[in-house]
Design a binder for this molecule. Structure first.
Ligand code: NI
Length: 235
């Protein structure tokens, strides 16, 4: 029996290991967590907007320091607040796709994901004239099984390596202490729509000047990608 068990294990390993190795190499390709660079460039990203209560506050603080950022917008909010979406684009920020209904990718089949992403891009196009090619999965779920589909639709998946946790009411002091540690190549996750209050604009107003005085430059995700080698997720 022991011998038989070992044979079974060996057979299973032969089958499972190559599949895992394939998944690890194929699904990570092109997906971005941050970049490797010696340059002091950082991308600030804002998810889930646009929203008339929060987005203008974020736009004001970014304008005050001459910073360009990237906004991963939810289609339903773009349809509801097209003027706010337009203000983001007109201020020179980059806009990415965050699905139409902020749907968890694991809950979508191929058709469902196509519809969610296309409807979001259409809403953004109608409001701003921009067709995003950057995509961020709601709740950061990678959606391995749908990754190839997104790539074939022309999207690049953008994640992050610094999370401000602003969506859960993190106070400005805690956000500032996290921001003071950012390094060149980082992609920082914020939100411009939360349930409750948002401290990110206050935190940015507190520390952007200090970070800029240290030589840090804040750029869009697309610009960041031109500054170094992409670091993909570890599975
Ligand atoms: Ni989100």
């Amino acid at each position: 029996m022991k011998h038989g068990f070992c044979l079974l294990c060996a057979c299973l390993l032969c089958f499972v290991l190559p599949v895992q190795a394939w998944a690890a190499t194929q699904t990570q390709d092109g997906s971005v967590v941050h970049i490797k660079t010696e340059e002091a460039v950082v991308a600030l990203t804002f998810d889930d907007g646009p929203h008339p209560r929060y987005t203008p506050r974020v736009l004001d603080v970014l304008a005050k320091y001459g910073v360009k950022a990237t906004f991963f917008e939810v289609g339903v909010n773009v349809e509801r607040y097209p003027k706010v979406a337009r203000a983001v684009a007109e201020a020179g920020h980059e806009i990415g796709n965050h699905t139409f209904h902020h749907k968890h990718i694991a809950s979508l089949d191929e058709r469902g994901l196509y519809n969610e992403v296309e409807a979001c891009n259409q809403a953004i196009f109608e409001a701003t004239g921009v067709r995003p090619t950057l995509y961020r999965p709601p709740e950061g779920v990678l959606g391995d099984s749908r990754y190839a589909q997104l790539t074939s639709m022309g999207f690049r998946q953008i994640l992050w390596n610094v999370d401000t946790l602003d969506w859960r009411g993190t106070n400005a002091i805690d956000i500032v202490s996290k921001l003071m540690q950012v390094r060149g190549g980082d992609i920082v996750l914020f939100h411009d729509y939360v349930v409750g209050d948002l401290a990110s604009d206050t935190a940015l107003d507190t520390c952007l000047a200090v970070l800029q005085a240290r030589g840090m430059r804040f750029v869009t995700v697309t610009e960041l990608l031109s500054h170094g080698e992409v670091v993909t997720p570890h599975f």
